[in-house]
Design a protein around this ligand. Sequence first.
Ligand SMILES: Cc1cc2nc3c(=O)[nH]c(=O)nc-3n(C[C@H](O)[C@H](O)[C@H](O)COP(=O)(O)OP(=O)(O)OC[C@H]3O[C@@H](n4cnc5c(N)ncnc54)[C@H](O)[C@@H]3O)c2cc1C
Length: 399
Amino acid sequence: MSRHFRKALVIGGGIAGPATAIFLRQAGIDAEVFEAWPWSTGIGGGLQIAPNGMHVLAEIGISDELIRRGSIAESFDFYSQSGARLGSVNRNMQERFGQPAVNMCRATLNTVLIDKAWCENVSLHFEKRLVAIEDRADRPVVAHFSDGTMAEGDFIIGADGVHSTVRTHVLPDGPRPFDTGLIGFGGFVPRAVLADRPIGRCVETTFGRSGFFGYGFCSSDPADGVMWWSTQPSHGIDAATYRAMSQQEIKQHLRLFHAGWHDPIPQILDAAENIVVSDTLDVATLPVWSRGRALLIGDAAHATSPHAGQGASLALEDALRLGRLMQDGHELGQTFQRFETERRPRAEKIVALARRNGNSKREFSPTGAWLRDHMLKLLLPVTAKGMNWMYAYDPRRAA
Ligand SMILES: Cc1cc2nc3c(=O)[nH]c(=O)nc-3n(C[C@H](O)[C@H](O)[C@H](O)COP(=O)(O)OP(=O)(O)OC[C@H]3O[C@@H](n4cnc5c(N)ncnc54)[C@H](O)[C@@H]3O)c2cc1C
């Protein structure tokens, strides 16, 4: 039980927010979560939670349900644009790391996390967009919301993602998100689309001369059983511009961009509906993660472009580690410092890896693409071993 703090204001009801609130409750601290958007169950595309993130979901008690509602990924396989197999990584994750990698709909993860937070007596408030924080000595810290309401607590956790408002409180002149020049499209198609290509539990991914395409099972529901995503150079056109287009226009763009790519990519694009478009953002390293009684976690602290498939797992790890450190009952500033000292090296190593991976999805000349594919074929076994440190981390046992 923490001796010093009774109430946390957690800003953001995405991944880090509800998970942190659950772990704070376990540490004997009341937690209220404030989410800017209305409660909704159908947001976003698919994602993969790696074994290190699955340890956290197991600790929360929701890993079995997510495995049941998602799909275990038994490998990550790479192909060239014409369909030549380049190699395979991330095999036997369960045996090697104690948890599998699991594909799931982001909406499923969010729903299950929020339901669990309700069950743990976390107070959840939707349509509460933080606009300002007041942190004055000898008074509770105050969160002000866009609807004119406010909330008071002993400290604030900024789990409000890449566009974090808490970050601008912690670092008023700090780094802002920047566009990495890549844009992401994604969504779901029915399982039947892969009837002619039984991929089993593999995630299949393809490096093109320009851009990248991936797909894999992610749900036990046959209607949205397959998640897919396309990453490509944005050529200066941002996600908002695409979002203003009709679905037919977006689909037409994707068909043209991926014309000539191997099967079943054309079939997936033909079947795609409700395509989600996202900018691929990054944030430069922050000089500090906390100020006074406000601490940043998850993407708010160390936003990572999605090319390492680790952002959500890192956010979950943060939640567990912060809960454990709060349990120790040290002074708040000391706890925040211990959290940052422990988490920063790992987070920054993964952010750097994601940046490097993103570079292989940019535009290549025909010779450049040929060389990259051959290098990948040669280097994948070595690269795969070099990533074990990421998955082998078990935040329940970290100190
Ligand atoms: C296309 C794409 C694919 C990805 N795929 C993967 C993957 O396969 N595996 C993986 O591990 N990671 C993946 N990621 C990264 C992952 O989604 C993020 O790292 C993760 O969501 C971070 O969790 P978070 O809780 O810190 O932030 P978020 O999930 O972004 O949650 C932040 C929440 O805060 C809310 N919020 C924002 N501002 C305010 C405010 N002012 N007041 C109140 N609430 C606010 C937001 O509405 C949101 O709900 C992907 C990212 C993208 C863009």
